[in-house]
Design a protein around this ligand. Structure first.
Ligand code: FES
Ligand code: FES
Length: 191
């Protein structure tokens, strides 16, 4: 089940690398992707998903694939400011797009990273990049989300380890830090 809200699957399901092409074949081609601010020109096969290209071709292994069918959120990246499920996007459809992955978010030292560590939001950690990317997209468009708004934004991210309450605390804390009403590194609120 794709995310409710802004996450949208591709117009047609993406087959896995190595499988038969989709019903409307697209020629092998070159795509230009701007990923975490770096421009990449890549030759892609028509059935390659965006997740496959990011993870296997660009080495951005934080973009995980678990279900591969739009049901878990592990593969979430931000494309043109919106969270998308990269397992449901064909790379060849993403030409010219700007993409942000967990690596870019971590490199920018976003407060979510520290908050996720502080609040122990991960057990096995497999789902964690997808959660952080989705949360980052939420805070980009809504710097002061309510608990209900956080739950709604995160509804498509699944965690088999049951870490959900910790995510709420971490996202609220990161939002407060970004708004300047809480000092980073566990500092006390100023109001
Ligand atoms: S939603 Fe893409 S791997 Fe599960
Ligand atoms: S921490 Fe293990 S699946 Fe979420």
């Amino acid at each position: 089940m794709p995310h409710v809200g802004e996450k949208q699957p591709a117009s047609q399901p993406a087959s896995q690398p190595g499988s038969q092409p989709v019903s409307q074949p697209v020629s092998l081609g070159t795509v230009t992707l701007t990923v975490n601010g770096e421009v990449h020109e890549l030759i892609v096969e028509p059935q390659w998903t965006l997740q496959y290209v990011l993870h296997d071709k660009l080495g951005l292994i934080g973009t995980k694939e678990f279900c591969g069918e739009g049901a878990c959120g592990a593969c979430t990246v931000i494309m043109e400011g919106r969270p998308v499920l990269s397992c449901m996007m064909l790379a060849i459809e993403c030409d010219g797009k700007s993409i942000e992955t967990i690596e870019g978010i971590a490199r920018a030292n976003h407060p979510l990273i520290e908050a996720y560590i502080k609040h122990s939001c991960m057990q096995c950690g497999f789902c964690t990049p997808g959660f952080v990317v989705t949360a980052k997209a939420l805070l980009d468009r809504n710097p002061d989300p309510s608990v209900e708004e956080i739950k709604e934004a995160m509804v498509g991210n699944l965690c088999r380890c049951g870490t959900y309450p910790a995510h709420l605390r971490a996202i609220e804390e990161a939002a407060a830090i970004l708004r300047g009403v809480l000092v980073a590194q566990g500092g006390e609120g100023r109001d």
